[in-house]
Design a protein. Structure first.
Length: 234
């Protein structure tokens, strides 16, 4: 019995000694904290770029993602065939920027806007990533509509036109197909009433008999160089 107890005691002491002799494992070093992600900033450039004059001027503000302390930011708009490009500059804390489209030199097509560098605060610190985005640039079109009703018959008079850069004028769109649409009072769905073809003066008329009450609008489709357009609701 004594020898057994002595053996157990000795074994316990040996185990205790071994445990004390083994160094504790060092804690793993903490991972370095990632730098805060910069917000992505977009200028409020319209979804459509529209040329309607030799010089079409735009004044824009910052759009989504742009922090309040953004002090300097600039984008270049580049498109094939444009030697000058489009420059958007927000300088010295200004919250507005201007740029111009020149119908005699700015080609129709996709414009790709790219931030030259990160946007900076007044101390020169990067505070925003300047987003890359695309916009389509075309010439403007327009369609108008007037509606009268007499003795249950609607008369719809419509006219279509577009901008011609070669002569710097808005001209009738002769031969253009114009879609007339209607919507019954109390509903939200537009339906096609008919299609009419504009004469050489860009105008067309249509008569429709109905006792019901409707709203009307006209639509012209665009093409590769001219935007489409809806008339105001009548």
């Amino acid at each position: 019995m004594r020898s057994t107890l002595s053996l157990l005691a000795a074994t316990g002491l040996l185990a205790t000694g071994l445990a004390a002799a083994v160094p504790a494992q060092a804690a793993a070093p903490a991972a370095p904290q990632a730098a805060a992600e910069l917000p992505t900033c977009y200028p409020a450039v319209p979804e459509r770029l529209v040329m309607n004059n030799r010089q079409t001027h735009y004044t824009i503000t910052y759009g989504k993602g742009c922090p309040a302390n953004l002090y300097n930011a600039d984008w270049h708009g580049r498109q094939k065939g444009d030697p000058d490009n489009i420059l958007i500059e927000f300088l010295n804390g200004s919250r507005q920027a201007k740029f111009t489209l020149y119908s005699e030199v700015s080609p129709v097509g996709v414009v790709t806007f790219t931030g030259d560098e990160d946007g900076e605060d007044s101390e020169g610190n990067a505070v925003a990533k300047l987003a890359t985005f695309n916009r389509m640039n075309k010439f403007v079109s327009a369609v108008d509509l007037t509606v009268t009703k007499s003795r249950g018959t609607y008369t719809l008079n419509t006219a279509a036109g577009n901008y011609r850069p070669a002569i710097n004028k808005f001209v009738p769109w002769g031969g253009k197909e114009i879609v007339l649409q209607y919507k019954q009072a109390g509903t939200s769905t537009w339906k096609q009433l008919t299609k009419v073809k504009a004469g050489s003066n860009g105008k067309a008329s249509y008569r429709w008999s109905s006792a019901a009450t409707f709203s009307f609008r006209a639509y012209i489709a665009g093409n590769s160089v001219v935007w489409d357009d809806y008339s105001p609701v009548r």
